[in-house]
Unconditional design. Structure first.
Length: 327
């Protein structure tokens, strides 16, 4: 039998002792190393999150460089106001012919409701908007055509067109207006994002300037007598200025309001107008939406003088609806 020396018998004991002392130290080092690695990864994640937030904020605050909106629609518009037509035969009738109303009483102007022209008619309308950064360029227009028959409530003459009680007066009005506008954004808010990543509210305030063109075609005749009709074909041009305010909710619902004022006094030929538009749009898809709104265009259009004076002091107003295509 082999016997171990005292030194050999203590060797296993020393090895077990050293192992027992080393294990806690190694465990502590592993814990510290893991914590440092976790901290490093957490710090990296924080940096990445911060960078991502910065990118999102930059993308949100930077307006789209190019946008295109096409808005075809229908305006259910009713004309109103007063009309004064040039006299038949070049004038010369004086007070003998006078200017009488188709309706009760005598006036210098004939009211459109006396001519039965103040009924809403569906008229084609549309807008095209091209946006570039803070700039927006717009073309807007509509065309309205109205015909009506009215019965004279008494005898008289309207600018040379004679009538007696019971005569049928036929009237027609073709009205076209077109606008070219440029808008510049004066203020945009910094939108707050919802939990789903959508912008809760966007607002935009614009200054607007442009031009407006009118083309008016009037005809009033006595179908009972078959006499020559009163006719007027006039065109007007005027600059305009105004403002536009738009709000967008959750990148799906839009509200916009625009007010413009136009005018061009040129002696016997002059025009003045106030145009108000208010609309609501729902965009269930990114590139498509439906809209409804209200528009009122007030104007005073004048040309000529004396017996050949034409003046249409009136308004066009009504609801409009349509669709929107956005790119």
């Amino acid at each position: 039998m082999t016997t171990l020396s005292p030194g050999h018998s203590r060797l296993p004991f020393l090895l077990f002792t050293l192992a027992g002392l080393a294990l806690p130290v190694m465990a502590q080092d592993a814990t510290v190393g893991g914590a440092e690695a976790g901290a490093t990864q957490a710090g990296s994640g924080t940096v990445q999150d911060s960078a991502a937030d910065t990118d999102v904020e930059a993308a949100v605050n930077e307006p789209k460089r190019w946008t295109l909106r096409f808005e075809p629609g229908v305006w259910f518009v009713a004309p109103g106001g007063d009309i004064k037509m040039p006299q038949l035969g070049g004038g010369g009738g004086g007070d003998e012919l006078g200017v009488a109303s188709i309706g009760p009483g005598d006036r210098d102007f004939t009211k459109l409701n006396d001519l039965e022209l103040d009924r809403p008619e569906a008229s084609p309308a549309g807008e095209i908007h091209l946006g570039f950064g803070d700039w927006r360029f717009c073309l807007r227009g509509f065309s309205s055509s109205t015909d009506a028959n009215a019965t004279a409530t008494g005898g008289g003459s309207m600018n040379g067109l004679s009538f007696v009680e019971g005569d049928e007066i036929e009237s027609s009005l073709d009205f076209l207006a077109a606008e070219a506008e440029v808008g510049y954004s004066l203020y945009r808010n910094t939108p707050r994002q919802s939990g789903t990543g959508r912008d809760v509210l966007r607002t935009n305030l614009e200054a607007v300037a442009g031009v407006r063109l009118y083309d008016v075609d009037w005809e009033i005749g006595n179908t009972s007598s078959g006499a020559e009709s009163l006719e007027a074909q006039e065109s007007f041009f005027e600059p305009l200025i105004g403002g536009r305010f738009a709000m967008e909710f959750y990148e799906e619902f839009d509200l916009d309001f625009q007010l413009t004022v136009g005018g061009l006094p040129l002696g016997d030929d002059s025009s003045f107008s106030v145009d108000v538009l208010a609309g609501f749009t729902w965009r269930p898809f990114e590139n498509f939406g439906v809209q409804i709104g209200y528009r009122q265009l007030l104007f005073d259009l004048q040309s000529g003088e004396d017996t050949q004076e034409f003046e249409y002091d009136g308004a066009l107003a009504g609801l409009y609806g349509g669709v929107l295509f956005q790119f």
